[in-house]
Each structure stands twice: as C-alpha cells, then as structure tokens.
Design a protein around this ligand. Structure first.
Ligand SMILES: CC(C)(COP(=O)(O)OP(=O)(O)OC[C@H]1O[C@@H](n2cnc3c(N)ncnc32)[C@H](O)[C@@H]1OP(=O)(O)O)[C@@H](O)C(=O)NCCC(=O)NCCS
Length: 162
C-alpha cells in the first residue's frame, strides 16, 4: 500500500514548551543562556510553527523591530527534518503574512563567517537562498562574546516566492 504524503502546515503554536524542546535538540546553536533569552522572547515576540502531520518540527520567532521592519530572533528545524525545504517554507509563509501588513525589511543576526563554524555556514547559506544579503560583521556585538562575531543579513520584503 502507498503511504499518504506527510502534510506540512505553517501555523500559530499553542504549546510553547515544544518550541524549547526543539531548541534543546540543537545544543550547538542554542546554549542555556540562549534558551533563557528565548523563553523571555516567547512572551512578547511572534511565533509560527512548521507542523508535519500536526507535530511541531520547527519554529520561527519574529520581532517587530520598527514600523516597517522585522527581525528573525530565533529559528530552528528539528535535525531529522532539516534539508527538506521546511525551513524555507516556514520563513516564506511567516514573512508573507507580515508583508501583507506593510513590512518591507527583514533582518537577522547570526554567527559571522569569520568564526569558521560549519553549522552556521549552512545557516548563512540558508538565509542567502531566501534572498538575504550580508550587511556587516560587528565584533564584539553588545551581549555577545568576542568568540561570536555577529553578522547581520537583511532582505527587502516581499521575498521572492520561487
Ligand atoms: C537553518 C535551518 C533553519 C534551515 O532549515 P532547513 O529546513 O534545513 O532548510 P531548507 O531545507 O528549507 O533549505 C533551504 C535552502 O537552504 C540552503 N541550504 C540548506 N542547507 C545547506 C547546506 N548544507 N549548504 C548550502 N546550502 C544549504 C539551500 O539553498 C536550500 O535550498 P535548496 O534545497 O532549494 O537548494 C536549519 O538548518 C536549522 O535549524 N539550523 C540550526 C539552527 C539555526 O541555524 N538557526 C538559525 C540561527 S540564526
């Protein structure tokens, strides 16, 4: 018998503890300090989830940085669900909603290429595949240690829907 294809949907997340469970499964990207900061942000920032057959497999947390600009404050896809286009769909659909609400810029702060970290090389390639451009590296970034140079990537909205 042919198994039905799994259904991916992008939705509002009600159970915030499952968001933290996904972040904990990626310790290279989310330290205990990061998790504490994410817990705080979850109270005020915007959260959208990627659900595969009703199970949360990824999330994006967005902050309204200004009247027309958004920041991606946190983003993760469960390791076993990565490289299947889920992150791309999650970010595109979440940003599309805000583009319709007149947001014209989106940016993200991530670990810079000068840190030579393979994990984050994939992260930056992911953002670039969505149309983000590297703006500048700031080191030290306030609140970040010297070993973690911060790279800012930004894109105009709307994103290309390709
Ligand atoms: C970054 C992350 C969210 C991407 O999610 P994902 O679902 O794995 O990504 P997708 O499958 O949607 O990939 C989309 C595009 O990214 C690019 N990409 C993905 N992995 C890549 C790699 N290893 N090398 C180069 N490009 C890559 C590709 O262009 C890909 O598009 P294509 O398949 O059409 O070529 C995910 O890897 C993750 O959770 N990483 C750890 C946490 C993290 O980095 N969070 C962000 C902190 S700022």
């Amino acid at each position: 018998m042919i198994k039905p294809k799994k259904q991916l949907s992008i939705e509002i997340v009600k159970d915030k503890s499952s968001v933290l469970a996904i972040a904990r499964s990626l310790p290279h990207f989310f330290s205990n300090e990061g998790l504490a900061s994410m817990t705080k942000d979850l109270k005020t920032h915007i959260l959208r989830g990627a659900f595969m057959d009703n199970t949360l497999v990824g999330f994006v947390i967005l902050r309204k940085a200004d009247m027309r600009s958004l920041e991606i404050s946190w983003l993760a896809i469960l390791p076993s669900y990565q490289n299947q286009g889920i992150g791309k769909k999650l970010v595109k659909e979440s940003l599309k909603y805000f583009t319709d609400k007149k947001y014209i810029v989106c940016y993200v702060k991530t670990l810079a290429e000068t840190a030579n970290d393979d994990g984050y090389a994939k992260t930056r390639a992911f953002y670039k595949s969505l149309g983000f451009q590297a703006l500048e590296i700031i080191n030290p970034y306030p609140g970040w240690s010297d070993e973690n140079p911060c790279q800012i990537l930004a894109t105009a909205l709307p994103l290309s829907q390709k």
